[in-house]
Design a protein around this ligand. Structure first.
Ligand code: ATP
Ligand code: MG
Length: 396
């Protein structure tokens, strides 16, 4: 029967990666196989230019929806795989569009295999002529209702007219690993998603200040990470006890400097844990100017405690843009649940928007923060949030 039987997966930016291309494709194929593991009847074929998912009779819609969440995919087409014979190609093309009564069409042909005896133009003309003779459809090359694409490749010809956009970015895992600072807010889960989309695996660090922050925050983080498991099936969450450090700061520094000091401690801890966990970078949900600690001058003073690159994917976004992404990826409703963050409980009335490094250093000489940092690092609790615990064992 002539019906769409495969999904053609295009790689997007991947193709610019020269000799790394093979590794990229393999990672993407593995990620696709993992994401589609519940669809038992599917099979996946990896070729140099595309990956093909054979539907083997399954409905394409849930498969396409799942594929659209996988980073590293530029676009997807629902295709019919046809033998490379002109007669078969004509019949298939006709069958795929003959029911589109009253519509206009155009044929776009790509001859990937230059050995094929006809050139693109001849293929286009023959097939268009056949459709015109056998239907009442009309050609419109400028503004067609249907664009029927024909790609002749070495192994087969692929015919299609339905294409869906993919998530873009790089396959998860090709970009290494980041230590990501996760609060329970809107921005940091979005930033985590954007890192993943760029192919970077995320490991999360969270600073908890019980009893000032409630245990509920951790449930909230778990819920957020379960949503993000859609994009990264297994995520580590390191919970750092932060209460003593925070109390020491409030006992020893001017109120207006507390946030700056607190964030310097966060970055010191993130730096140490990142090195321990072999993450060469730290990432966060900071956005320029959003709060006092996110002015450029604040970032400068806070950043001075580490020489690791700190990536801030939301840095230049407006809050509304960040919210749009959080809605799209499904974290927004969880993020807006009320909770106390360690940043919000001790919030000073007038935090410094342009803190001075000398002043900060003076406050930091007043207590032995190194000991407190070592103690916090020794008492980290780590959880692993997985899409499906049994099936993710061994991967990532
Ligand atoms: P978010 O919406 O992500 O909570 P925010 O706008 O509330 O961000 P801040 O509270 O100033 O901003 O935090 C800026 C960034 O610092 C967060 O996006 C997150 O990456 C990190 N951060 C803040 N609080 C914590 C925390 N308790 N544990 C881990 N990271 C944190
Ligand atoms: Mg926050």
């Amino acid at each position: 029967m002539i019906t769409y039987d495969h999904i053609m997966v295009r790689f997007g930016e991947l193709s610019t990666k020269g000799k790394n291309k093979k590794d990229f494709i393999k990672t993407l194929a593995d990620n696709i196989a993992f994401a589609l593991r519940d669809f038992k009847d599917l099979s996946i074929q990896t070729r140099y230019d595309h990956i093909y998912v054979a539907l083997n009779g399954l409905d394409y819609q849930p498969v396409v929806a799942r594929l659209q969440d996988i980073s590293g995919i530029h676009s997807l087409s629902l295709v019919y795989k046809c033998v490379r014979e002109m007669e078969d190609m004509k019949v298939a093309a006709l069958n795929l569009i003959k029911d589109e009564i009253g519509k206009t069409f155009k044929i776009k042909c790509k001859r990937g295999d230059k050995q094929f005896p006809l050139i693109s133009d001849q293929i286009t003309r023959e097939i268009a002529g056949y459709i015109l003779r056998n239907t009442s459809l009309k050609v419109d090359v400028h503004n067609p209702d249907i664009t029927l694409s024909i790609e002749v490749r070495q192994e087969a010809t692929y015919i299609f007219c339905h294409t869906f956009m993919g998530a873009g970015g790089y396959p998860l895992g090709v970009g290494g690993k980041t230590m990501h600072m996760l609060s329970g807010g809107i921005d940091s889960p979005v930033a985590a998603f954007l890192m993943m989309k760029r192919g970077v695996m995320v490991e999360c660090i969270h600073f908890a200040s019980p009893p000032y922050t409630q245990a509920g925050v951790i449930y909230k983080l778990e819920d957020l990470l379960h949503v993000l498991n859609k994009y990264q099936p297994k995520i580590r969450l390191h919970i750092v006890p932060f209460t003593k450090i925070q109390e020491a700061i409030y006992d020893n520094a001017d109120e207006s400097y507390c946030i700056t000091l607190m964030r310097r401690m966060m970055f010191r801890l993130a730096d140490r844990l990142a090195r321990r966990r072999k993450c060469p970078v730290i990432s966060s949900g900071e956005s320029i100017g959003q709060v006092a600690s996110q002015t450029l001058q604040s970032m400068h003073v806070i950043n001075a405690v580490t020489n690791m690159p700190i990536l801030r994917p939301c840095a230049t976004m407006d809050k509304t843009e960040i919210i749009d992404i959080s809605r799209k990826i499904g974290t927004y409703d969880i993020s807006i649940r009320p909770y106390e963050d360690c940043c919000t409980i001790f919030t000073p009335k007038a935090p410094k928007t342009s803190p001075h490094l000398e002043q900060v250093l003076t406050f930091e000489t007043k207590f032995d923060f190194d000991t407190l940092i070592n103690e916090a690092l020794a008492n980290i609790e780590t959880k692993i949030l997985a899409f499906d615990d049994e099936k993710t064992q061994g991967i990532l």
